[in-house]
Ligand binder design. Structure first.
Ligand SMILES: Nc1ncnc2c1ncn2[C@@H]1O[C@H](COP(=O)(O)OP(=O)(O)O)[C@@H](O)[C@H]1O
Ligand SMILES: [Mg+2]
Length: 431
């Protein structure tokens, strides 16, 4: 048998109380009305007793209902809380599992740049000397690039990235600001296999191009020799000789561009730069294209401020600018104009090549610096390019920490701008 509930006890107590009250009322009535009226008095007492009981019962029922509701709410709250706790626990366990199992090293730093937490992968990827918690990364992890990245993020509240080679592994060290806290997070990625695959591709392309160079040089030489003997050859082979000459030249240019591109891509560091007088570099490039511009009836002009200097790698700069001038002349009609200009912009310098040529529609702008991307493949190939010119410009600029920008509209001409960065103070000046 189960123990009586609180409500049942209350009911029992109320029933006993009402019975006593009824009996009391009955005897009271008997005392007041005397013997003859005793029957009526008892009836009044019984009536009062029944009324009291009914009243008490309704209170008990109401109380029981309220109590049941409260109990249900309480049970529901408890269950919800338990479920929420389980979810929190589960999500915490999942977070912990993710941090534990990820192959990437993770590090959380507080606002003062001290390590709060590090996952196991961090210990596998980096030579961690001691418990890193509570100290700056560099105190226990002798990889200055990691400290550099987190310092930069702490300073700028922007993500920062460094590359490092540690124990034969190629690592990317990335720092990210934490969104709802003042600290930051360090992520260490092992990109050894990705880099190896990239290198294999580059080596393959470079080897193929290199192997092609020798036979193409021979074909070019013989085509030139044939062209010189043109007048002694039967007329029906003239077109063939011209086609061989033209295509061998194209192939030669393509091979050179591919080799150049793979050489620049293979560089792991930025190109060495020196402070150079931009005027003379621009003049040199323009002089190389002057006779072609004249032949094509295009005005080629230089507008470079006196004494303007910038930090560049002279060879890469001339190569990139040369490609831009070459394009400007290729895609501008007779009577047009090409201007090569330069101007200080903030701490850096902008160098631009502006033409009045056919222009490039906006849809092509995002892809124009990709290899072999052309606005109109048929037409552009006929003009004689390789489709690698702008890809080379982009890579050459990047290797000098410069940017290349495009402004262009069809029919209104194009302006390509090389945005050179501000000068460093520790760069040597050419005598
Ligand atoms: N100054 C320019 N005016 C118009 N179109 C241009 C200009 N420069 C480049 N382009 C477009 O961009 C494409 C890619 O240029 P580039 O990489 O130098 O290859 P290409 O060898 O064809 O010159 C060109 O094929 C052409 O469609
Ligand atoms: Mg080109």
């Amino acid at each position: 048998m189960t123990a009586p509930s609180r409500v049942e006890l209350a009911l029992a107590r109320a029933a006993v109380g009402s019975a006593c009250a009824g009996a009391l009322l009955g005897s009271l009535a008997a005392g007041v009305y005397g013997e003859p009226g005793a029957g009526g008095a008892v009836a009044v007492g019984a009536f009062a007793l029944a009324g009291g009981l009914a009243w008490l019962r309704s209170i008990a029922v109401a109380e029981r209902a309220t109590w049941r509701t409260q109990e249900a709410v309480h049970t529901r709250n408890t269950e919800t809380l338990a479920r929420a706790l389980a979810t929190v626990h589960e999500s915490h366990a999942l977070d912990a599992a993710m941090a534990r199992e990820t192959p990437n090293g993770l590090l959380v730093l507080d606002a003062s740049g001290r390590v709060l937490r590090a996952n196991p992968a961090l210990f596998r990827l980096l030579p961690v000397r001691d418990t890193p918690n509570g100290r700056r990364p560099i105190e226990t992890i002798p990889v200055p690039e990691l400290q550099d990245a987190v310092d930069e993020t702490a300073r700028t509240r922007q993500s920062a990235e460094r590359a490092a080679s540690v124990d034969g592994r190629d690592l990317v060290l990335r720092a990210l600001p934490l969104e709802d806290a003042e600290g930051c997070m360090g992520v260490v990625l092992d990109v050894t296999s990705v880099r190896a695959a990239e290198k294999a591709r580059r080596d393959f392309v470079a080897n193929v191009s290199h192997e092609l160079r020798t036979p193409v040089t021979a074909i070019l030489g013989w085509a030139e020799a044939l062209a010189q003997e043109r007048d002694d050859l039967p007329p029906h082979v003239h077109d063939m000789v011209d086609a061989i000459d033209r295509n061998a030249r194209r192939l030669g240019l393509l091979i050179e561009d591919v080799l150049q591109l793979s050489r620049i891509e293979a560089r792991r560091a930025d190109l060495p730069v020196e402070v150079e007088a931009l005027g003379s570099l621009v003049d040199e490039v323009v002089a190389r294209h002057a006779s072609r511009a004249e032949q094509q009836g295009i005005e080629l002009r230089v507008e470079v401020g006196e004494e303007l200097e910038a930090e560049v790698n002279a060879e890469a700069f001339e190569h990139a600018l040369g490609n831009l001038v070459d394009n400007a002349l290729k895609y501008t009609a007779r009577g047009g104009c090409v201007v090569v200009g330069a101007e200080a912009r903030g701490e850096g310098v902008d160098v631009w090549v502006k033409d009045t040529g056919i222009g490039i529609a906006g849809v092509h702008h995002p892809r124009i610096f990709e290899r072999f991307y052309r606005v109109d493949a048929g037409r552009d190939r006929a003009v004689g390019g390789t489709g690698l010119g702008l890809a080379l410009v982009k890579h050459l600029c990047r290797a000098m920490r410069a940017d290349v920008l495009l402004e262009s509209e069809p029919g209104k001409g194009s302006t390509f701008t090389i945005r050179l960065p501000a000068r460093h103070t520790n760069v040597t000046r050419r005598p």
